[in-house]
Design a protein around this ligand. Structure first.
Ligand SMILES: Cc1ncc(C[n+]2csc(CCOP(=O)(O)OP(=O)(O)O)c2C)c(N)n1
Length: 395
């Protein structure tokens, strides 16, 4: 086997893409005829900063709003005017759905998965408007480092494409009342308000479990690390959020970026990666842990068996963080959470664990999980759920 002599040789392979002009011209013609175009960005862009920047430049040059798939969440500043957040059919917020499903007339779909994966396609509920939308151009990279997509955007940048009119949308969520119970149903709204009013970027590490689904409601800021939301997909093994958080915290420390590492986790997923905590203590890495405590493995639970009891009401997680030189608090209300969270953000020192006692009642679940459960119940033939789901989809 002949290996390249250097890394540069690998990166500079010739681009055999004779059709770039033809594709770019088609896109330009479509954009010229469109009144409300949209760029839909997928996971191929996740590890390619150059491509991400070219897409951003293109959108800014022509005033084209963009939205990511769920798998590409965390790449862009979701508080900027052109970034509409991440879209996933019926699982998206009502305001985002309304804009996308009633306004757009052309979609440029860039770097989405070759296979329609269920988490990114609204769990195959047939409610993913973009997936079914016909006036769409789909471009997927087939070369190393997406060099074909990079050259396509170079050609696009040289073409005469109009600047579109786009009126900034307001996707802000209401701030829950300070006296409300804090739980999965309002966690993302509370964090969004806090992030909106804070110039420091919160880098979120949601663990697989209810936390993963609740975190799709988060609005994230861009930062120099390139990602503000990192997680394994929901099928993947639990147990990576703390190692991911460690790498993020190490990078923040070495680059002196004014951002914060924020882990959101269920108790089950957290307990079996505790071995990582010692490194935060040894390296004096700041970390905020939002510990959603329900003493069970809740996501995917299908019975009341002992097997789901991952913790015990006697277990004192506050003493555990103390052992690692950290601090913690228990928060029952939105007001308590805001106070404790702000103090931890300011202090930016060591481990700070915010324990939120969580209820399993439906009213305290996040919107995404409620919808998923409704859909599963409808598919299982529950008559009430079938009716509710049909109503929801019609709307
Ligand atoms: C290693 C591993 N075991 C099991 C699962 C299946 N699984 C996905 S979510 C989940 C429950 C998560 O419980 P917890 O961390 O307590 O969070 P909760 O859903 O209760 O908020 C389980 C068991 C998995 N993804 N990975």
């Amino acid at each position: 086997m002949i290996l390249p002599r250097s890394k540069d040789e690998l990166l500079n392979l010739p681009v055999f893409l004779s059709g770039a002009e033809a594709i770019a011209n088609t896109i330009a013609t479509k954009l010229q005829g469109a009144k409300a175009p949209l760029m839909y960005i997928g996971e191929q862009v996740k590890l390619n900063n150059a491509l991400k920047n070219k897409i951003l430049d293109f959108c800014h040059a022509h005033n084209i709003p963009f939205v990511t798939s769920w798998f590409a969440k965390g790449l862009f500043d979701e508080y900027s005017d052109l970034c509409l957040g991440s879209y996933n059919g019926v699982f998206s917020s009502a305001k985002l759905r309304d804009y996308i499903e009633h306004n757009i007339d052309y979609v440029l779909d860039v770097g989405t998965s070759i296979f329609a994966q269920d988490t990114a396609s609204a769990f195959h509920t047939n409610t993913h408007f973009i997936e079914q939308f016909s006036n769409k151009t789909v471009v997927k990279g087939a070369m190393q480092h997406e060099r074909d997509l990079l050259s396509l955007f170079d050609v696009l940048a040289s073409l005469d494409i109009p600047r579109h009119t786009f009126i900034a949308q307001n996707f802000a969520t209401n701030r829950p009342n300070e006296n409300d119970k804090i739980d999965f149903h309002n966690l993302s709204s509370v964090l969004n308000q806090l992030q909106e009013n804070d110039r420091r970027c919160y880098i979120y590490l949601p663990e697989v479990g209810n936390s993963y689904f609740a975190s799709f409601g988060l609005r994230v800021r861009a930062n120099a690390l390139g990602r503000a939301w990192l997680s394994n997909p929901w099928y993947a093994a639990m147990g990576t959020s703390l190692p991911y958080a460690r790498v993020v915290a190490e990078r923040l420390k070495s680059t002196e970026l004014d951002a914060r590492t924020i882990l959101i986790t269920g108790d089950g997923g957290f307990h079996f990666q505790l071995n990582e905590l010692i490194h935060f203590q040894k390296q004096q890495l700041p970390l905020i842990i939002i510990y959603m405590r329900n003493n069970i493995f809740h996501l995917g639970k299908s019975g009341d068996g002992e097997i789901y009891h991952c913790s015990d009401s006697q277990f004192d997680v506050q003493l555990l963080v103390l052992a690692y030189g950290g601090k913690g608090s228990i928060c029952h209300t939105v007001g308590q959470f805001i106070e404790v969270f702000n103090a931890a953000i300011e202090a930016n020192q060591g481990i700070y664990l915010i324990e939120i006692p969580c209820h399993t009642a439906e009213q305290f679940q996040c919107r995404e999980i409620k919808l998923l459960n409704l859909y599963i119940n409808a598919r299982n033939g529950n008559p009430e759920a079938t009716l509710d789901w049909a109503k929801l989809v019609q709307n």
